[in-house]
Design a protein around this ligand. Sequence first.
Ligand SMILES: Cc1ncc(COP(=O)(O)O)c(C=O)c1O
Length: 377
Amino acid sequence: MEKGYDVISFGAGQPDIPTPDHIIEAAKRSLDRRFTGYTETAGIYKLREAIAEYLNNRYHASVDPDEIIVTTGAKTAIFVVIASYITPGDEVIVIDPAYPAYSEATKLLGGIPKFLPLKFDKKEGFTIDLDKLEKMISSRTKIIVLNNPHNPTGAVFPPKIVDELMRIAERHNVILLSDEIYDNFIYDNAPFKSVSEYPDWKKRAILINGFSKTFSMTGWRLGYIVAHKEAIERMIRVAVNVYSCATSFAQEAAVEALRGDWTPSKRMIQLFQRRRDVIYEELSKVKGFETWKPQGAFYIYPRVRELLNKLNMSVEEFVDYLIDKQRVIILPGTAFSEVSGEDFVRLSYSISEERIKEGIARIREAIEELETIKLRR
Ligand SMILES: Cc1ncc(COP(=O)(O)O)c(C=O)c1O
């Protein structure tokens, strides 16, 4: 049965809620004051102060405003860091599956991404094989990328893993690049440790974060890098030649985001936790989906290997069938992994509980259809 054009999308990489009003008002005030010129490349001092304050209050990070660069989104931050640290032929270790920008930026810059597959177990969830990771380090390895909480799996890697990654980075003299853009999307009080919590962390790690997710500001294009002063100087050279500075009035609004009322963000995160519960429960009823309950971000990443084997379909064919026949959008794991993407699908739960239920019911219906088609053949 076709569903007309009532498309239910589990594809979104952004909150379905607009930027809170007080942040929008701050941008308007900034524009009214005609704050429309270039700013310092590193970002306006007041914003860097507010970022340092956030990190120091939350993580005791010992960050100084001079150790921060404001970027046009965390994505630009990823590019700036990688561009500052690799030369052609250098290697970047990426825990796989991953947000694609780490490996794509590496390749664009002539580097070689090396993928470490996450282990998956329906009970344990997604785990990092640290021995394997350490063995992958070569004389050309410059960076290990950690994304915690993790897109696309929703995993929150436990503090002892971050401890070990810091030690490995130290032992092998490589940089641990930690993308913590989902650091406010953590559920069930899952233990989380930022790299910025370690004493002297800037010797080994570089932190990336941003405003897109926590404050629903994806279109504003604002992120940041935190690193030691020397690294910042090196990265400023890239930043100044790529984007000059982040948008002036967006930066002023971001000060309000950090220092103003967090109630809208907190409410949104509670809402996401409820949606996480709903989507997990609904997906657990889908035959052939092996679903683990994530504790972070707003994604869930079920394994569908056995189902696809049974249906004799590739993950892309399955996802296309859902769009064509049921008007449901989910993403194939291949969008996040060259290694294990064929076995997984990603669903974002950035839609209402009702739509989640309706969407998963459609997926169930599609699987039943596919099974009967197969039986008839
Ligand atoms: C893990 C991760 N890092 C970075 C980004 C990029 O965010 P921004 O909008 O700040 O560029 C995303 C966006 O989806 C993401 O999932």
